[in-house]
Design a protein around this ligand. Structure first.
Ligand code: C2O
Length: 520
């Protein structure tokens, strides 16, 4: 039995026997999956600046796994109220489907040209933080509880919490029947395990971790993976079963008939950005991403947030808990403002499992590396298809670069980056690619080691996204990768396409234009 069939058995089988009467009501009322052809927000005037509740208590957001039964009930009640509102007044911006549409609209969903794309770059972290804050305030207001705080899904507490948290698997307002992951499924190794996480969390560079400005088309390490693959994993009905990576659905023309392929190709809510927020676990997933952003900032590795005023002063629009159309700026939600304005802190996972290791490699004082021209590994006027098998490109390492890499291997300053540019995907495909340097034989099951530099991923956007996705990727070289490189004659880059379960994809249309190594 595959995961989707299992979900169907649970969903349609002995529901009455498994649920109490009130849970049954919740199940019946839970609005189902919708194809968001138009997910633009209800009409509004000019936004006013959000009012922060500076009198509200500063309270911890906890792991879902650490909630007591009273807190779980409160979480369920809040989402039930939001779902009820969506049924009783579908146009209320605080209702469940409207909340889900906020996310859809902000990933180029809807046909309003004023929408923005908050994925694939430096808006990713702050936009989702603002969204979570407003969402949290609405939930608190709906149950009349100013102490309500969201909970996070710490899939990085691995493997014990790398399952959809049980409260989200129980029938009721936290359940989503359009979810692939079953109650016993664990996120496979290579996404949220300590080795994979330490590479991501060990990133130094601001752009490499957070993503670049919109002109760069550069998703940060955190967005690329674990964020993307956790979406795909949660949303995939039958990982490893062809055909995938899957085309999902997207209308061919604005107002055209949506082509819903999710049943046939197995790509459910979380696996498509346009519908991801129709699964309540979306919010627990993103609350964890938000927590890890703070963890990264506090780590000695981190170069910190951007200080660019184009980033800091950028406003995002939302409806607040009173139904007012407001804006929040990025600067409103950073560092101390997180407590002062947003009124939460993060409580660490309460677990005896080893906590995520963030590598704090001390920088040794060494000779400054020479500024050198980028080392071109591959460049093609026509897009090069990566294919489904490992794709290998290599070039001899010139002496001057080798000297610099030795400095990095010895603990010298970071700054070497591998760039892959012009990564292009049709709008109906997801992709996950592991990237290795110095491992010509890397395969989809090659473990995360010195040669692994990171994962590139794209989650299907869905609705409204009729143009190909074009991205650039950047991966920082760690000292252990440089140490490997200096022993080799050639610089070898291996791109390994994979499915969430680590297997080879049956199909991939992903292409790229350029691969090079350069110094920041
Ligand atoms: Cu807005 Cu997890 O995507």
């Amino acid at each position: 039995m595959n995961r989707r069939q299992f979900v169907n058995v649970i969903g349609q089988g002995s529901i009455g026997a498994m649920m109490g009467l009130s849970a049954m009501r919740a199940w019946a009322q839970a609005p189902g999956h919708q194809l968001p052809v138009d997910c633009s927000p209800p009409s509004h005037g000019t936004p006013t600046h959000i009012t922060f509740n500076s009198a509200a208590p500063i309270l911890p957001r906890k792991s879902v796994w650490d909630l007591d039964s009273i807190e779980i009930t409160r979480l369920q009640k809040a989402y039930q109220a939001m779902r009820d509102l969506s049924v009783s007044s579908p146009n209320d911006p605080r209702g469940w489907m409207q909340q889900a549409s906020v996310h859809c609209f902000n990933c180029s969903g809807g046909y309003d040209p004023s929408n923005v794309e908050i994925h694939g770059g430096w808006w990713f972290l702050p936009w989702h933080r603002c969204y979570l804050h407003v969402h949290e305030r609405i939930l608190g207001k709906l149950i009349n509880d100013p102490t309500f705080r969201l909970a996070y899904w710490d899939w990085d507490t691995y493997p014990t919490r790398a399952l959809v948290p049980p409260p989200f698997m129980a029938q009721g307002p936290l359940w989503d029947s359009w979810r692939g992951a079953g109650p016993a499924d664990v996120i496979p190794v290579g996404i949220t395990d300590p080795q994979s996480m330490s590479v991501v969390m060990g990133t130094h560079g601001t752009a490499a971790f957070m993503g670049g400005d919109p002109s760069q088309g550069l998703a940060g390490a955190m967005e690329s993976s674990p964020h993307g693959p956790v979406h795909i994993w949660t949303g995939e009905a039958n990982p490893g079963v062809s055909p995938e990576p899957s085309g999902c659905f997207w209308p061919t023309t604005p107002g055209g008939t949506p082509v819903d392929q999710s049943q046939t190709v197995g790509c459910l809510d979380m696996g498509v950005l346009a519908t991801a927020a129709q699964d309540p676990v979306f919010f627990a997933h993103h609350t964890n991403i938000d927590r890890l952003w703070d963890v990264w900032l506090q780590s000695p590795n981190s170069d910190g947030n951007y200080t660019d005023s184009n980033w800091l002063n950028h406003p995002f629009n939302f409806y607040d808990e009173n139904g007012n159309w407001i804006y929040i700026t990025v600067a409103d939600v950073l560092a101390q403002e997180e407590q002062d304005n947003l009124r939460y802190t993060y409580q660490q996972p309460q677990t005896s499992a080893p906590l995520m290791v963030t590598r704090a490699t001390a920088q040794v004082k060494t000779t400054k590396p020479k500024a050198l021209k980028p080392l071109l590994v591959a460049s093609t006027p026509q897009p090069t298809r990566i294919g489904t098998k490992p794709h290998v490109r290599s070039i001899a390492v010139p002496t001057a670069h080798r000297q610099n890499l030795k400095l990095l291997a010895g603990g010298g300053p970071r700054g070497y980056e591998l760039h892959i540019e012009g990564l292009t995907l049709p709008p109906n495909e997801s992709a996950i690619v592991n990237v290795f340097i110095g491992a010509p034989n890397a395969k989809s099951d090659t473990p995360v080691g010195p040669a692994f530099v990171g994962t590139f991923s794209v989650v299907v956007s869905g609705n409204g996204h009729n143009h190909p996705i074009v991205r650039n990727a950047v991966f920082e070289l760690r000292p252990e990768t440089a140490a490997l490189l200096v022993q080799q004659k050639n610089l070898t880059v291996t791109l390994v396409p994979k499915l969430v379960n680590g297997k080879e994809p049956p199909k991939s249309s992903l292409t790229y234009k350029k691969i090079y190594l350069s110094q920041r």
